[in-house]
Design a protein around this ligand. Structure first.
Ligand code: NAP
Ligand code: 8YV
Length: 312
């Protein structure tokens, strides 16, 4: 992916930047590789041990995004490379989108727009009735920074909130449920907002979808890998799951044709944090981390795996 437009000028102002040279011109990359001290990555970037091995002077991988499932953090730690990300500054946007997707799917806003725009209203009359969102039971899978922002918004819609995480969160007032399947059984809308990566791969599987049921709505604003996409398509096609609203997919930017064909699915192209204000804040934080490292200071927002390193 090219450098995000809001990040590129900030980076170029402070550093010598080689934009994806390892992919675009491997021979030129080999010449500068020994001098590369930092990597600027996005939440979707893949940085593995093999790339790190080619960069002996590497000190930091700065991710412009809160999710860093594409970065081999263990390999970075083993090489003394710090990994940073951009938590908190995007909570509002991702939570807003989650509620927007819930509303869009429940009230069929995309179809409603088409109904007016394409002249179906005078031709066919009113649309079929939709489902009420206010007062529905919301299950949140993941109750961290963004999960809590989603829960606060849901309360304004008179929704009840319950959640599942591996460890209960005493700081939140919502009931903790012991498993994803049990949470799905207890709710009308299941919203996924865990990290991606191996630990959560296909956490939302056919069993969870069946538990959510033919009237249930699945919302995923986390990572595509958390939901078994093949199982999701089958559950929707067979009516075992009612509807889905998805911002993230297993093979972005490819979205299976069978999923795109389903009218009970609302889709967005990974835009959870995609507002100018938030992307500016994320870019600023990503560059602050690089600058801190370059000037020998403590980075601002290391990923949690480095917490002990920072405290010492
Ligand atoms: P966070 O504060 O670290 O919260 C993550 C939550 O997930 C925690 O409550 C954690 O609790 C739970 N969790 C982790 N592993 C789990 C598992 N195996 N089973 C159940 N729960 C689990 O992270 P955040 O800032 O809220 O961000 C969450 C994720 O949202 C990011 O990692 C990123 O992938 C995604 N995201 C997407 C977009 C977008 O554009 N759509 C934008 C930003 C972020 P426990 O550790 O106790 O289980
Ligand atoms: C962006 C994200 O898509 O923060 C994350 O984890 O998924 C999103 O904010 C991306 O990381 C922007 O670089």
């Amino acid at each position: 992916m090219p450098l995000p437009p809001l990040l590129a000028p900030l980076l170029r102002e402070a550093f010598t930047v080689h934009d994806r040279l390892h992919l675009l011109d491997p021979a030129a990359f080999e010449l500068i590789a020994p001098r590369v001290r930092g990597i600027a990555a996005s939440g979707e970037s893949k940085v593995g041990a093999e790339l790190m091995d080619r960069l002996p002077a590497l000190e930091i991988i700065s991710v412009m995004g809160v999710g860093y499932d594409g970065i081999d953090v263990a390999a970075a730690k083993a090489r003394g490379v710090v990994v940073t990300h951009t938590p908190d500054v995007l909570n509002d946007d991702v939570a807003d989108l989650a509620l927007g997707l819930m509303l869009a799917a429940s009230r069929r806003l995309v179809a409603a727009d088409r109904h007016v725009r394409e002249g179906l209203w005078p031709a066919q009359g009113p649309m079929p009735l939709a489902r009420k969102l206010s007062g529905a039971r919301l299950g949140i899978l993941g109750m961290g920074r963004i999960g809590q922002a989603i829960a606060r918004r849901a309360l304004a819609f008179d929704m009840t909130v319950a959640y599942h995480t591996r460890t209960p969160k005493p700081e939140v007032p919502y009931p903790h449920v012991a498993s994803a399947v049990e949470l799905a059984r207890q709710c009308d809308v299941l919203c996924v907002i865990t990290p991606g990566g191996a630990a959560t791969k296909h956490l939302v599987n056919a069993e969870v979808m069946n538990a959510l049921g033919p009237q249930g709505l699945l919302v995923n604003v986390a990572r595509g890998s958390v939901v078994d996409e093949a199982a999701l398509i089958e559950a929707l096609e067979q009516g075992r799951l009612g509807a889905a609203a998805l911002d993230v997919f297993e093979q972005e930017p490819q979205v299976p044709e069978r999923l795109r064909a389903l009218p009970q699915v609302t889709l967005s192209p990974h835009i959870g944090s995609a507002t100018t204000a938030t992307r500016q804040a994320m870019a600023g934080l990503a560059v602050d981390n690089l600058k801190a490292k370059a000037s020998g200071q403590a980075v601002v927002t290391a990923v949690p795996e480095y917490k002990r390193v920072i405290q010492n």
